[in-house]
Design a protein. Structure first.
Ligand SMILES: Cc1cc2nc3c(=O)[nH]c(=O)nc-3n(C[C@H](O)[C@H](O)[C@H](O)COP(=O)(O)O)c2cc1C
Length: 205
């Protein structure tokens, strides 16, 4: 097998798309989620994000990375306007409609209508949940941090509520994402269905 070696300057000489595709694969498999929001007038918005990450469990926090605000970013604008949003896991039957939400729809067109996904209300909040998602998480905006190197932002949210089918939870609390057919993303276009191969006990010395 021949090995490809690339330095930073060689990477810089690649075209935009091959560079993006290559670098986007380097972080490994990523989570696949839809972030649902609404503006204060009730206009809903839905977009796919592959950067949702665990930040801590007490308090329970999730983060995601937002691209630079050089163009309109409706998810971000709605989160700043209303203070809440939901993170909804993508399973194998939702890939087509979930991927379609990445298109740059105008602010007055809801991706829910455009893709056929269904918004269901979250009592007491403006942001809806995605009915088709088996795992739904409601969050309150906590803080944001600008990454100075490329003007992306880490958006931090506090989990206020979560919903999932009882049968996908193990007795120790863990959710069985494989059982729920939750997909993972590599690059910006490749969806895979992981198979659990082992569960390992907590390591103590
Ligand atoms: C597979 C995939 C993953 C994406 N992940 C992110 C992400 O983590 N952060 C981000 O800002 N945009 C991400 N995007 C792009 C957004 O989905 C896209 O910019 C969308 O139009 C944002 O919609 P909005 O303006 O309604 O918020 C991703 C797109 C795709 C196809």
């Amino acid at each position: 097998m021949s090995i490809v070696t690339l330095t930073e300057s060689e990477l810089g000489r690649l075209g935009k798309v091959p560079r993006l595709n290559l670098v986007n694969s380097l972080s490994g498999y990523k989570s696949a989620n839809l972030i649902a929001t609404s503006n204060s007038k009730g206009q809903t918005n839905l977009a796919i994000f592959s950067s949702v990450m665990h930040l801590g469990s007490d308090p329970a926090l999730l983060g995601f990375i937002l691209r630079p605000t050089t163009v309109a970013r409706h998810t971000y604008e709605n989160i700043k306007e209303t203070g809440d949003y939901t993170i909804n896991h993508i399973h194998e039957d939702m890939i087509d409609s979930a991927h379609q939400t990445s298109a740059r729809y105008p602010a007055d067109q809801s991706e829910f209508e455009a893709t056929g996904l269904t918004a269901i209300p979250w009592d007491g909040h403006l942001a809806p949940f995605v009915e088709q998602s088996k795992i739904q998480v409601g969050l309150k905006f906590e803080e944001e941090h600008m990454i100075r190197a490329n003007r992306t932002r880490l958006i931090v949210g506090r989990i206020l509520e979560m919903r999932f089918p009882e049968e996908i939870q193990h007795p120790d609390g863990t959710l069985d994402l494989a059982k729920a057919k939750i997909v993972t993303i590599s690059g910006a276009d490749t969806y895979s269905l992981p198979a659990t191969i082992r569960r390992m006990p907590y390591v103590r010395l």
